[in-house]
Design a binder for this molecule. Structure first.
Ligand code: XIL
Length: 449
């Protein structure tokens, strides 16, 4: 009997000890009591910031809220669950000058502590931009325009380091190559061709027929329409034959579509003298002169105008029936405000579905389309960077078989044709005037990831 009582007492002691240990749940109490303290964030650059908070004993994770509003009504996703007591927020598109807020809770199992204090961080500084060479990072040809007078020094160093495709900015246009009747001038083109050959750069020819670079003697042609056509045939044949095998592709006709209602063919001297068929004939002559050369049709507002896009595709379809076209050039003179990614994607989709090569042929992105800035602000530079990134991302996702090249229309901001064209200051390119890379360049690199 005594033995049984001792046994019962032992069992009772064990049970009550077990119950005591269960009800204590000290871990949980500590987690709930242990509210983290958030600290001011550091490295406030346009691409992110680092924040940390006190570690909470035996917390197994932290929930972090990041928001652009103090009430945390909209959260920046993907950064809200972390095992460590630090956060590196690394997303592009944080705007310099904007304020970001963060707060944190500790979690153990199903239990969550109350919120830490809130830290407001203003994104202020900008870090140095990476200098990775574009052509090393890209899986497609990256292009830059050239001038025969600037194939040396820092300009050339950057071309050779970053680019593997070149286009002549203006010296391979009719007014320069064929300035007067019967007299060609190939001095500049020969230099560019030699530069491309010596340095193993792909050379894209731009542009055989363009209303804006038609010499006066052609605009005011004295002779019959039949003689005009013979002259154009002889011109295209001469140029394409001269650079056969060296110029790998040509924009045969540039900007043939009018922007006006219904997007008819532009009423150029070529259309006037040869009829609507002038386009087909030009491509036939170019094809005959160099059957291996890739022939492109090139135009602007390809993304921003649905009707112009349709008119361009109509030209391509007509040429494709007779195997006279290999690709389409979308100039991409755009701005940080638009066209939208979906419109740019529509250009790509229409080109790929036609089994044609895609050339984003003249990319520049205005940062100051409304002329509201006197200097390029960090905020605007970031918006411009984001647009560069978006364009490159779209090009990068094109099937390899349809990717021709992505060419940027100018190196340094001060050299951009847009300054004259719009008559006010802008910074549409990827390099500063001292040749240092801008955020736009970083945007290009980020678009490749
Ligand atoms: C521009 C050049 O950048 C200028 O230097 C030149 O004076 C005029 O032409 N669309 C085109 C390009 O197809 O050839 C144009 O280049 C820009 C618009």
């Amino acid at each position: 009997m005594k033995k049984i009582k001792i046994k019962q007492a032992l069992v009772l002691i064990c049970i009550s000890l077990f119950a005591l240990s269960c009800s204590k749940s000290d871990d949980e109490v500590e987690v709930i009591a242990g509210v983290p303290t958030a600290y001011s964030a550091v490295n406030l650059t346009d691409s992110g910031f680092t924040a940390n908070w006190t570690r909470v004993y035996r917390a197994d994770k932290y929930l972090v809220d990041v928001s652009t509003t103090a009430d945390f009504s909209t959260l920046i996703p993907s950064y809200n669950e972390l095992a460590v007591n630090a956060l590196t927020l690394d997303i592009s598109g944080l705007n310099a000058g904007a304020t970001y807020y963060y707060r944190v809770r500790a979690v153990r199992g199903a239990l969550i502590s109350v919120y830490s204090n809130v830290i407001a961080t203003e994104i202020i500084s900008t870090g140095p931009e990476p200098t990775t060479a574009l052509k090393e990072a890209a899986n497609f040809k990256v292009g830059m325009i050239v001038r025969s007078t600037a194939l040396t020094g820092q300009t050339s160093d950057i071309i050779l380091r970053e680019f593997d495709n070149i286009t002549s900015e203006y010296e391979m246009k009719m007014d320069k190559m064929y300035p007067s009747k019967g007299t060609y001038d190939f001095t500049a083109v020969d230099k560019i061709v030699k530069y491309a050959t010596d340095n193993k750069l792909n050379l894209h020819g731009h542009a055989l027929i363009w209303h804006n670079a038609t010499p006066d003697w052609v605009k005011n042609f004295t002779g019959t329409d039949a003689e005009f056509e013979i002259m154009v045939k002889e011109y295209i044949t001469t140029v394409v034959t001269r650079y056969k095998g060296k110029v790998k592709s040509w924009d045969v006709v540039n900007e043939a579509v009018d922007d006006g209602s219904g997007n008819p063919l532009r009423n150029s001297v070529f259309k006037q003298k040869m009829g609507d068929d002038y386009i087909k004939k030009c491509y036939q002559w170019a094809r005959a002169a160099d059957p291996d050369c890739k022939l492109f049709y090139n135009d602007y507002n390809f993304a921003s105008s649905t009707t112009k896009r349709a008119a361009i595709f109509k030209i391509a379809d007509a040429l494709k029936v007779d195997n006279l076209i290999d690709g389409l050039g979308a100039q991409m003179h755009i701005s940080y405000k638009g066209p939208a990614a979906s419109e740019i994607q529509a250009v790509v989709d229409g080109t790929v579905s036609r089994k044609l090569l895609m050339h984003f042929s003249e990319l520049d992105i205005q940062a100051n389309p409304d002329n509201d800035l006197k200097v390029l602000t960090p905020e605007r530079a970031i918006l411009q960077k984001n647009k560069y990134k978006e364009v490159v991302k779209i090009f990068n996702s094109i099937p390899t078989a349809n990717q021709y090249a992505l060419t940027v229309w100018g190196m340094r901001d001060s050299e951009s044709w847009l300054l004259d064209f719009w008559g006010h200051i802008d910074w549409p390119l990827m390099y500063n005037n001292d040749y240092s890379v801008k955020k736009a360049h970083t945007g290009f690199l980020e678009g490749l990831k």
